[in-house]
Design a protein around this ligand. Structure first.
Ligand SMILES: Cc1cc2nc3c(=O)[nH]c(=O)nc-3n(C[C@H](O)[C@H](O)[C@H](O)COP(=O)(O)OP(=O)(O)OC[C@H]3O[C@@H](n4cnc5c(N)ncnc54)[C@H](O)[C@@H]3O)c2cc1C
Length: 322
């Protein structure tokens, strides 16, 4: 199908873009990568009267490390995160392991992280990372700029804190130091489909003891959520060296039962029963979705611990965990 008729402008500055949004309000839509918007317009599920194409706005493609964070401009494409060198240390590894799960290369060449957060599909991978790491999202309107923490930003499927008169100008992800191990684990029903469930994990481990944990979930509720009760259950837990074997940590066949009595098995169940609030799908009822959350959180925790071990030796601490 063809989209309905619409007006189209190409502003050169953020000021011009938000000026147009201020006048048109809910009748306008920003066009970034177009990988969700164009499809919605063609299916006539989205009928903007004005499309504000930000692709020529100077400076929005900026991607840089500053003040302890990675600043991601609104025009930075998914593809930019394919190399782990996009950010130092664990953050770069987490982003590069995440992005390969998003669609396929032509979509990653055009789609943007900011566009994905703006679109707010509950299964979008960047949502799990943004909420898991508690990213800051910068919103700009005619009245000025405000920064919203990711956990306050998502209101539900395709509903966010970004008002129709505002646009996302950048996203700030905190850098992670070398005591952090990271993982991104996802299950998809088809190769190019959206995630059935996805999990982003960042674990700080010192001498085999977890001192901080971040767990972000996609498609485990009507919006991306942080598994805060599961995270709390992990603080102070000794994860032990006996589970460091690549056979278990790298395993794609992990089930929580394999870790009965281990903090990871316990946290996986808490995430599934307490933090997740899954919706029934045509292919999976709520109980099945919870089981998928438990399995994937367990796998992600194992992989994050393994990642921490593989990159150990930078923090100077003693023992097997270095
Ligand atoms: C076949 C296919 C498979 C896909 N698979 C996945 C997948 O597995 N995982 C996944 O996460 N995504 C997937 N996507 C979506 C893809 O990641 C999109 O790129 C992303 O959702 C939107 O980014 P965009 O830059 O293309 O935004 P656009 O399509 O340009 O815009 C999307 C929405 O966000 C708004 N918007 C965009 N930028 C801003 C901004 N800076 N400020 C305010 N509002 C803004 C637009 O107005 C629009 O409402 C898939 C898409 C397709 C077509």
């Amino acid at each position: 199908m063809k989209p309905a008729a619409f007006d189209y402008i190409v502003p050169g500055t953020v000021g011009e873009a938000v000026g147009a949004l201020a006048e048109a309000g809910e009748r306008a839509r920003i066009l970034a990568g177009g990988q969700s918007l164009i499809l919605e317009m063609r299916c006539r599920r989205c009928l903007p009267e004005l499309v504000v194409d930000i692709n020529r706005v100077q400076g929005l493609d900026r991607l840089r490390v500053e003040d302890g964070g990675l600043q991601v401009g609104a025009l930075v494409r998914h593809r930019a995160f394919e190399s782990p060198r996009v950010a130092p240390g664990p953050l770069g590894r987490l982003l590069s392991r995440t992005v390969v799960n998003i669609a396929h290369p032509p979509i990653r060449a055009l789609g943007t992280m900011a566009g994905s957060l703006a679109w707010a599909h509950p299964a979008a991978e960047w949502g799990a990372v943004a909420v898991g790491l508690d990213a800051d999202i910068e919103l700009r309107g005619r009245a000025g700029t405000r920064t919203v923490a990711a956990h306050d930003y998502f209101h539900g499927p395709h509903r966010t804190e970004c008002r129709p008169q505002e646009m996302i100008t950048s996203v700030r992800l905190p850098l992670l130091d070398d005591t952090v191990g990271v993982a991104f684990v996802e299950h998809r029903r088809t190769r190019a489909g959206f995630a059935q469930v996805a999990v982003a994990v960042a674990l700080t481990v010192l001498d085999g003891v977890i001192t901080q944990a971040f767990i972000g979930l996609a498609n485990a509720a009507d919006r991306p959520v942080r598994a805060q009760v599961a995270e709390l259950s992990l603080i102070g837990a000794e994860i032990g060296a006996s589970l460091c074997g690549p056979a278990l940590f790298g395993s794609a066949h992990f089930y929580p039962d394999s870790l009965d009595g281990h903090p990871f098995g316990h946290a996986a169940r808490i995430a599934a029963e307490g933090d997740a609030d899954p919706c029934a799908r045509p292919y999976a009822d709520v109980e099945y979705q919870r089981q998928v959350v438990a399995v994937l959180v367990g796998r992600a925790l194992c992989q994050a611990a393994s990642d921490r071990q593989a990159h150990a030796g930078h923090d100077g601490s003693a023992g097997e965990w270095r």
